[in-house]
Design a protein around this ligand. Structure first.
Ligand code: FHN
Length: 613
């Protein structure tokens, strides 16, 4: 909330200023807070202000791993069923207006009866905590355009168009409860809007965008969410969705100016690897860590996001725990959904399964396999379960317990030693035997229970060379895309982490199109391992290591991820050279690395040394 000055809340004044600026077509946030890196736009601006894989800004999200998704809106009032005038019943959930072809006036009439009087923010937050969910994302506006807060941008909202108590503010109640419980709060916001008359017409779409910016400013300034979860980004009809990659780039810059600590998902743009801070696979789990971007898998508990009274196809606690462990072991987050009913109550079947999940996480410290844990390249993912790493501990979660005396094989991808092993919640010994390419783990006794069991392995990891003391690479940039003539700018660049998007460039003297950059120097790994070097580039990239061309994606392309595996020597300063060219449109250039011992990150400056040429 804004700070009080006299009898006027500061943000009320800024809000007035913002409204005036907005009327002029300038997003109000432009006049508000500016984040690190200036947060501006235009030549000389790089919008990549940090590395989401390591930034303090994203630390809580990367540690918490497990969140609650809440789909709640005017559609909930129908509870998944709509009886047509001819008496036939049509079923869906949050898409019910569209799928059941409900006329807008009929949908508005039903929304006017929406009264979630039993919505209990503290109960919802408590359900999340009991489940072990450490952040919560609630729909503030779904595709039907209905706002769940008292927006000043229209009257299609819970305050002005419902039977709900007009003195209540559901999001404010949730913000208070989440803060009190130490749960981070995120807001879902659909770009695609079936209700706003300005959305459908290209001539008025800019007016819709201004209203959308104003609503997002209300949400950010009014409730201080930690995260914005955009949706409805895809190309669609009825209404045609004109949201573009450039719109996404502009919105990200605007939100960064509103609050530089905000975490934003990749649906702010067009779900690209350079859009927002994390990818959003839905109802599925990637087979391995996503190259170039953090990620979060979102899933329903049954088959619907919004409440559907007839949907009893609930996932079992075993499925939920196994999904959570799999996601964490591959370095992702798990966002698991509840759909409150028309009164705002969480279905008991949801609560039961969430509680079982929470019980598993708290039992015997099993949550250590999830919270603050993540992908390890030290071992190959086994057939019998998953393995996550947290410091010098591996947690092997066993979904398929071996027959008595049977062994669980763990294939090592780099040499490490196991100094201890025990099943959490059991005092029975686990025998660890070096075998072939790794270890055999032989537990004793039967599986501790129907849900996955966790074997905690204390390890001595591969030896790391001391951290480097580099400063970055020597970077030269030209105002042409052929490295021709004298560079416009030269100097030490701490990292290769550039999202110029549509308007940025390496220097104010270099236009947003037709430029090139060469980085050169040394790269110093800390492990004797095979590294994966990942580039994220637009328009072209070439990468040399020790004079060998290992990535050559030299035909102009849209944002692309390229990878090369290179054997590197710990503490040795390998020669590196990168060439990036930008023709037109978007521009991006990032260099990341990973290895069995090194988790994925933008190559840090302390491991890079300029050659000054
Ligand atoms: O269309 C929406 C759907 O209703 C739901 O909100 C999911 C949740 O991520 N997102 C869209 C489908 O991808």
């Amino acid at each position: 909330m804004g700070r009080r000055i006299g009898s006027v809340r500061l943000w009320g004044v800024l809000g007035l200023l913002g409204s005036l600026l907005l009327a002029a077509g300038i997003p109000a946030g432009a006049a508000a807070r500016r984040g690190p890196g200036g947060g501006g736009s235009g030549p000389g601006v790089n919008h990549a202000v940090d590395d989401p894989f390591t930034a303090d800004r994203t630390s809580w999200w990367r540690q918490d791993r497990f969140g609650m998704f809440v789909h709640f809106g005017a559609y909930s009032n129908l509870e998944g069923e709509y009886t047509r005038p001819d008496g036939t019943v049509c079923r869906d959930a949050e898409w019910i207006k569209r799928q059941c072809k409900i006329p807008t006036d009929a949908y508005e009439r039903q929304a006017a009866t929406f009264d979630p009087a039993d919505f209990d923010a503290r109960a919802l937050v408590r359900a999340a905590k009991d489940a072990g969910q450490r952040y919560l994302v609630i729909t503030t506006k779904h595709h039907d355009g209905y706002a769940m807060w008292p927006t000043r941008q229209n009257t299609w909202n819970l305050r002005d168009h419902s039977a709900f108590d007009p003195h209540r503010d559901l999001l404010a109640e949730l913000k208070h409860a989440a803060d009190a419980a130490g749960i981070k709060l995120g807001f879902y916001y659909s770009i695609w809007d079936w209700h706003d008359p300005d959305f459908a017409d290209p001539a008025t779409f800019p007016r819709y965008k201004k209203r959308m910016y104003a609503q997002l400013k209300e949400l950010v300034d009014g409730y201080d969410p930690a995260l914005l979860w955009f949706d409805g980004d895809w190309d669609a009809d009825d209404p045609v969705n004109r949201w573009s990659r450039r719109d996404g780039a502009d919105l990200q810059a605007y939100l960064h100016r509103l609050n530089p600590d905000l975490i934003v998902n990749n649906r702010v743009g067009k779900r690209g690897v350079t859009d927002g801070d994390f990818g959003t696979p839905e109802q599925k789990i990637p087979d391995e860590p996503v190259a170039g971007q953090l990620w979060e898998s979102c899933m329903t508990l049954n088959d619907h996001w919004g409440f559907a009274r007839y949907d009893t196809h609930w996932k079992s606690p075993a499925t939920l725990v196994t999904n959570l462990l799999t996601v964490a072991s591959r370095g992702g987050n798990y966002l698991l959904n509840v759909g409150p009913d028309r009164r705002g109550r969480i279905p008991q079947a949801s609560l039961d399964r969430l509680r079982e999940t929470g019980r598993w996480l708290t039992a015997y410290g099993q949550g250590a396999a999830v919270y603050g844990a993540g992908y390890t390249g030290l071992v190959a993912e086994p057939s019998w379960g998953t393995v996550s790493r947290r410091g010098d501990t591996l947690h092997a979660s066993v979904a398929s317990w071996p027959e008595p005396g049977g062994a669980l094989h763990l294939a090592a991808r780099a040499p490490f030693t196991v100094t201890g092993a025990r099943v959490l919640g059991s005092d029975r010994p686990v025998t660890v035997t070096p075998r072939g390419d790794g270890y055999d783990l032989t537990p004793t006794g039967p599986a501790p229970g129907p849900l996955p069991a966790v074997i905690r392995l204390a390890i001595t990891p591969p030896k790391a060379a001391p951290a480097g003391h580099g400063t970055g690479l020597w970077a030269r940039s030209w105002d042409n895309d052929a490295f021709a003539g004298a560079p416009v700018v030269s100097g030490v660049d701490p990292t290769v982490n550039k999202s110029y998007r549509f308007d940025g460039s390496p220097d104010p003297r270099i236009p947003a199109d037709r430029f090139s950059t060469r980085w050169s120097g040394r790269i110093e790994p800390r492990y004797d391992e095979t590294y994966t070097l990942t580039t994220v580039s637009d328009d072209t990239v070439r990468l040399w290591i020790d004079g060998r061309l290992v990535i050559a994606h030299a035909t102009p392309h849209e944002v692309a991820v390229d990878r090369a595996t290179v054997r590197l020597t710990a503490g040795h300063r390998h020669r590196i050279r990168i060439e990036h060219t930008q023709r037109s449109g978007e521009a991006h250039m990032k260099l990341l690395w990973s290895s069995p011992s090194q988790s994925q990150q933008i190559v840090p400056s302390r491991q890079l040394y300029p050659d000054g040429r």
